[in-house]
Design a protein around this ligand. Sequence first.
Ligand SMILES: CC(C)(COP(=O)(O)OP(=O)(O)OC[C@H]1O[C@@H](n2cnc3c(N)ncnc32)[C@H](O)[C@@H]1OP(=O)(O)O)[C@@H](O)C(=O)NCCC(=O)NCCS
Length: 154
Amino acid sequence: MIEIRPATRADAQAAFDIRREAIHARCIGAYSREDMLAWTAGELSPWYADLVERHFYLACRGNEVLGTIMLGPQPCELGALFVAEQAMGQGIGRRLVAHVEGLAREAGWPHLQLDATLNAAPFYRRCGFIGDTPACYQSPSGLALRCIPMRKAL
Ligand SMILES: CC(C)(COP(=O)(O)OP(=O)(O)OC[C@H]1O[C@@H](n2cnc3c(N)ncnc32)[C@H](O)[C@@H]1OP(=O)(O)O)[C@@H](O)C(=O)NCCC(=O)NCCS
C-alpha cells in the first residue's frame, strides 16, 4: 500500500537518489545527455536537505521511498516531482500531485504553478494543468533548460 507523508531530514538522501534516477530514466531523450548529467551532477548538499526537510512530501511503500514532490518554497509553487523508475506508471505521480493540491487548497492558494520538464508536460496535462509555451528554466547550479510553465486553478 502506498502512503504519502511529509519528509524528514533523514529522507534527504533517498529523495536525492530518486531525483537522479528519475531524470536519467525519463528526461534523457527530451534533453541532451550532457545537460542531464550536468543537472544531476554532485552529491546531496545541505541546501537540498533543507528543501527536503521543509517542503517535500514522499510516496512510500513501507520504509521504501518511491516518489517525491515539493510544495513551495514560494506560495503556489510545485516542484521536485520524481518517481523511482521501477514505480513509474502506477499512479504514484498523480497521487502526489493530488495530495499537494489538497494541501494548497487548505492553505488558501488560488492555483498551483510549476516549470514542467519537456517530457513531463503531457503527464501534468493529464492532471489538469494547462500551458504549452516553452520557456527557459534556470537551475540553481546555473544550467539553462527548456521547460513549459504550467498552472492549475484550485
Ligand atoms: C512524470 C512522472 C512524475 C510521472 O509519474 P508516474 O507515477 O509515472 O505517473 P502516473 O502513473 O501517476 O501517471 C498519471 C497519468 O499520466 C500519464 N503519464 C505519465 N507519464 C506520462 C508521459 N510522460 N507522457 C504522457 N502521459 C503520461 C499516465 O499514463 C497516466 O494516465 P491516465 O490518466 O490514463 O491514468 C515520472 O515519469 C517521472 O518521475 N519522470 C521523470 C522526472 C520528471 O520529469 N519529473 C517532472 C519534473 S517537472
